[in-house]
Design a protein around this ligand. Sequence first.
Ligand code: KIV
Length: 278
Amino acid sequence: MSIHTEVKRISVPQLMAYKGEQKIASLTAYSAPFARLLDEHLDMILIGDSTAMVGYDMPSTLAITLEQMAAHAAAVVRSTRRACIIVDMPFGSYQESPSQAFQSAARMLALSGVAGVKMEGGAALAPTTEFLVERGIPVLAHVGLMPQYVNSMGGFKAQGMTDESAERIYNDALAHEKAGAFGLVLEGVAEGLARRITEDVSIPTIGIGASPDCDGQILVTEDILGLTGGRIPKFARQFADVGALISQAVGQYAEEVRSGTFPALENCFGVKKQAGQG
Ligand code: KIV
């Protein structure tokens, strides 16, 4: 008799029910090996378009395509069983109109199997959030520092530092809540503003460079593992130096290849065992 233990994935409504009950722990993943390791520990995994910069060394997130994001997302879905998987909609795939956004998001869901999509935008994007949610696509809205707006923001700068900008971001957050977003990513916003939004909305807020009082936190996995070439952003913390481990292991491999100690005969096929060998 085989014992089959089914692990149920955390759903979007379950994530929403965490508000006020337990914090949402979330990170990014772009590939199967990372997603497999992250899955048992996290409530939500995001295939962030930050992969454009982290994984492809692009100067911004603007040039990654829907097909590229869908391929990364499908790999993450296939290699996980527990965490709720959300993907970033890439720049240009949703800003034109609610119907363009629906077509793109529906294609993304079909290609990857994710549970929902994240879109960056202020109150002007709220009708698009509503359009998708009404048609069965859960939306995580991303406000504050929006990397897809790097050109209009004049760089990756913290937001909500003046009363005027804080009020605008507050209204952006409330507009997406009203439109039916299941959660809000608050990126690079003043701490007090993130706290105020978290207190005033009924949906979970997930902070990155925001406030410890957000309902959850998200970071780019490479930032916490020492895989970004020694550059740790102010809002992150390095929990391990995996970069140093990789460098040490690869150095040893190269040395053994050059000295002829790798491969050994035990790594080869068709080698006859000598008498006395086990
Ligand atoms: O693209 C990304 O990784 C994000 C974050 C919120 C981490 O949007």
